[in-house]
Design a protein around this ligand. Sequence first.
Ligand SMILES: [Zn+2]
Length: 290
Amino acid sequence: MSDNDKLECLRELQKVLSEKFDLEIQAETLPADLRKEETLLKEANEKYLELNERYKAVTDEVKSLSIRYEDAFNARTGYEKQMEYLNTQREYEALSKQLDEARIQEATLLKQRTSKTQELERLQGDLQAQETVCDEIKARVDEERSKIQAHLDEIAASIEEKEAACERIKGETISEELYAKFCNIVRKKKGLGIVPVHGQVCMGCDRVLPMQFVIDLRLKQQSNEIEYCPYCSRIIYYEELPEDIEKNYIFEQLEPSKGEGKSSGEGEGQKSDSDSYDESMGMGEGFEDF
Ligand SMILES: [Zn+2]
C-alpha cells in the first residue's frame, strides 16, 4: 500500500543508509590489523638493533682478546727461546717461573677468545635469523598497507555511491531536517530506524502503544505525516495484518472515534471513551530526541 510516500522513501533510505554505515565501520576497523603488524615490526627492528649492538661489542672483545693472546703467545715463545741460552741455575729458575706464568696467561686468553668467538658466531646466527624475521614482517606490513589502501579506496567509493543513492531516493519527498534526523536514528538503532506497528505493538521495541495513539498514527499516516515511537524514538508506521494475526497484537479495545471505519478495527464491542488515553504515556523514559 502506498499510503504515505515519505514512509516508502524512508524504508528505501534505511536499506541504503545501513549499508553505508556498515561500510563506515569497516573503514574505521580495517587499519587495526595493519597497526598490529606495524607494532610487531617495530619490536622486531628494536630486537635486531639490540642484537647488532651486542654483536659489535663482542666483535671488539674478540679483537682485543686476539691481540692480547698474540702478545701472550709471543711472550711465551720468547721465554722458551731464552731458555736455550741460560748459564746459571738461578737464571733458569727465574725464567721457568716467568715461562709458567706466560703459559697460564696464554692458555687463559686462548680459552677466553675461543668462548667469545663462539658467542660471536651464535650472535651472528641470531642476527641473521632476526633479519629474516624483520624482512618477513616488513613484507607483510607493506602488503597489508597496499591492500588496505586499495580496500579503503574501494570503501570510500562505495560510500560515495550510497550517498548519491540516498540523495536520489530522498528527492523532494524527504526534507533535509527529516533526513538528518533519520540518519541519526538509523545509526543509533543499528540500522533499524523505521519499523511497523502491528496491532498496538511497536516492532522496534516490542512496547504496547495506547490504542488511541495507534488510531492517531493511522490518521497521520494517511495525511503523509511522520510519527515516532514514544518509547524507542524510531519512526513508526501502521502495517495492517490479517485479522486473525493482528488480534494477537491488540490489548485494548477501542474503536476509531472519527469515522475511520475502514480500518481493521471491526468487531470491537462498545466504544470505550477515547479520552482515557493518558497523554503522559506518550513520552516514556528512554525517548531520545534525534
Ligand atoms: Zn518502539
